[in-house]
Design a protein around this ligand. Structure first.
Ligand code: PAF
Length: 291
């Protein structure tokens, strides 16, 4: 496994691999790797001959300085895990290589970026869309693999690939959970013991909503209220939002006809956690089973 820090060297490696007929997959990360990231690598390996993982804590997507400063950084550990996972290249550029002095060009996926997390984290998705576009233009992958835990991010990246006519296939990877249901996240390391126990309220809230929908509930407000109640029952948790939205447009779903995504953002102490669940209406799931 090679580690490349230089933009030109990364591009040269990709072009050489492509000349040899290899299909390249990219797994973009900000490091702080966990089993969720390694599952993305596993999926990437099924879609390509060579896999590149980027490790870059992208400064432009942080809306709080303390979050950026405290983001886990341990490149040696990430390299070891990626080598064990069978990665070909770790691309770990320095910020100045990605954002040259005086850079003023950004990518903004306008409508999707102001909803859900975007309403609470101004500029976050502009930073994500910009860095992902840069990674795509530097590495020129055939496939990009992104986790479904960041559901809005995945929707935004699919949209930017479509809008900018990029030749990258986007593959979404299922959420990986701890045994008690907590979705894996680099930020889970910030939770203390009571916070870690409290954080299970997110998956509990999703389960409460899913159970309601399985029993035939279609009303968006009632489904959201069930999730909200599960979060509010946890004294250490503070709900930012619980929203049932359309799976592509991310706009609110008032009556669930077919399916919707229930998206949550919750603060546990100083740690902001997100999670989501695709909910399928009772009639739609019965139809799918009989088809
Ligand atoms: O999901 C992440 O870790 C980041 O938002 C990404 C896609 C690597 C861009 O910095």
């Amino acid at each position: 496994m090679r580690t490349i820090q230089n933009v030109q060297a990364m591009r040269a490696w990709s072009r050489e691999a492509r000349k040899e007929g290899a299909r390249i997959a990219l797994v973009p990360t900000m490091g702080g790797l966990h089993a969720g990231h390694l599952s993305l690598v596993e999926i990437a390996r099924r879609h390509a001959d060579r896999v590149v993982a980027s490790v870059f804590v992208n400064p432009t997507q942080f809306d709080r300085d303390d979050d950026f400063a405290g983001y886990p950084r341990d490149l040696a550990r990430d390299q070891r895990l990626l080598a064990e996972a069978g990665i070909d290249v770790v691309f770990a550029p320095k910020p100045a290589a990605v954002y040259p002095e005086g850079a003023v060009t950004f990518v903004d996926v306008e409508d999707l970026s102001v909803l859900l997390c975007g309403a609470h984290r101004p500029g976050h998705f502009r930073g994500v869309a910009t860095v992902v576009t840069k990674l795509f233009t530097i590495i020129e992958p055939d496939v990009g693999v992104f986790g479904e835990k960041d559901y809005q991010q995945l929707a935004i990246i699919r949209r930017l690939v479509r809008d900018l006519c990029l030749a990258v296939e986007i593959v979404g990877a299922p959420i990986v959970r701890e045994a008690d249901g907590l979705a894996m996240s680099s930020r889970n390391t910030h939770l203390d013991t009571p916070g870690r126990a409290a954080a299970v309220c997110l998956s509990r809230a999703l389960l409460a909503a899913e159970t309601l929908v399985a029993d035939g509930e279609h009303d968006g407000a009632t489904i959201e209220a069930a999730a909200r109640a599960a979060i509010e029952a946890e004294p250490l948790a503070k709900l930012e939002y619980a929203s049932l939205v359309d799976a592509e447009a991310l706009v609110p779903v008032t009556t669930m006809i077919d399916r919707g995504v229930l998206a949550l953002a919750v603060w546990v102490g100083k740690t902001r956690l997100i999670d989501n669940q695709m909910l399928v209406a009772k009639a739609a799931s019965a139809e799918r089973r009989s088809a």
